[in-house]
Design a protein around this ligand. Structure first.
Ligand code: NAD
Length: 274
């Protein structure tokens, strides 16, 4: 499996970087300490944005801020803000004043329905659906006042398709798709777009952590999980890189995407073409 070559300073796959100047814009990215959120924070900062990186993992945020500060000539900045999004009042408050909101934080548990712990179901829905609602609610007054805003919700193929043993995750992502469409309808008269980005399996810690659970749930050895479970329905037989997802997020913030709202940009290697 070969990874695309990152372009210096952007983390973008070579030859695909979008030119966009976000100087003067503030972007808030949740779940920014690792994986897709980290890639989005660096990409938006490479486009000039002042990025507020929110996560419960303070160490990961500090490492991200250090990494950003060490990139020569990075046009934007990355400011770490430690927050657990299960504190919904704090989540709503932190979103005030942002021009771009990337709802990305997420968690996963792979377990059959009859064994799925109800308290974990509740937490997944809180972090991945209720917190995005509260963050959008907190962000809209500023976006409406200035007549411009971009909401990008990191959904998943699992916002469009179900897989066994992922009841909470699939429910949360399907809910996020509905929330995003509603925000698009309400935001349109105010210059605010809202869209989902729906990746297939991305090379991140969230995926690495579920290999053992998937192996147990499907009764397979771990080395067969990637090809026989995760990539079974993908026409492109590789994981997608976080930087490729970040490029799609950036696209939705470009002037060329001003008419794109209420939709889902699917990056699934052909999974949903079946
Ligand atoms: P990740 O585990 O690498 O990163 C998720 C981040 O969210 C972590 O830094 C974690 O600390 C943070 N987070 C979790 N709970 C939080 C909370 N209560 N408060 C604050 N921060 C919290 O995962 P990732 O793969 O980068 O996933 C990011 C998003 O992309 C998720 O919404 C996920 O569902 C989605 N996604 C991932 C994949 C994939 O294959 N990795 C595919 C499709 C969609």
């Amino acid at each position: 499996m070969s990874a695309p070559t990152p372009e210096p300073g952007t983390g973008s796959p070579a030859g695909t970087a979008i030119a966009l100047d976000l100087t003067g814009r503030t972007a808030l990215v949740t779940g920014a300490a690792g994986g897709i959120g980290r890639a989005c924070a660096l990409r938006l900062a490479a486009a000039g944005a002042r990025v507020r990186a929110v996560d419960r993992a303070a160490d990961g945020l500090a490492a991200l801020a250090e990494e950003a500060a060490a990139i020569p000539g990075l046009p934007g900045t990355v400011v770490p803000e430690t927050l657990d999004l299960t504190d919904l009042d704090a989540a709503e408050a932190v979103a005030a004043g942002t021009d771009i909101l990337v709802n990305n934080a997420g968690i996963q548990l792979v377990r059959p329905l009859e064994e799925f712990p109800p308290e974990v179901f509740h937490t997944v829905l809180t972090v991945m659906l209720e917190a995005p609602f509260r963050l959008i609610r907190g962000a809209l007054p500023h976006m409406y006042a200035q007549g411009w805003g971009r909401i990008v919700n990191i959904s998943s193929v699992h916002g469009l398709r179900a897989s066994p043993y992922k009841s909470a995750y699939v429910a949360a992502k399907h809910g996020l798709e509905g929330l995003s469409k509603t925000a698009a309808l309400e935001g349109a008269p105010h210059g605010v777009t809202s869209n989902c980005v729906c990746p297939g399996y991305v090379r991140t810690p969230l995926v690495e952590r579920q290999i053992a659970d998937q192996a147990a749930a499907h009764g397979l050895p771990e080395d067969r999980v990637l090809t026989e479970v995760l990539l079974r329905d993908s026409a492109l037989k590789r994981l997608i890189e976080p930087a490729e997802v970040a490029e799609a997020v950036l696209y939705l913030c470009t002037p060329g995407a001003a008419f794109v709202t209420g939709t889902s940009l699917t990056l699934d290697g052909g999974w949903t073409a079946h």
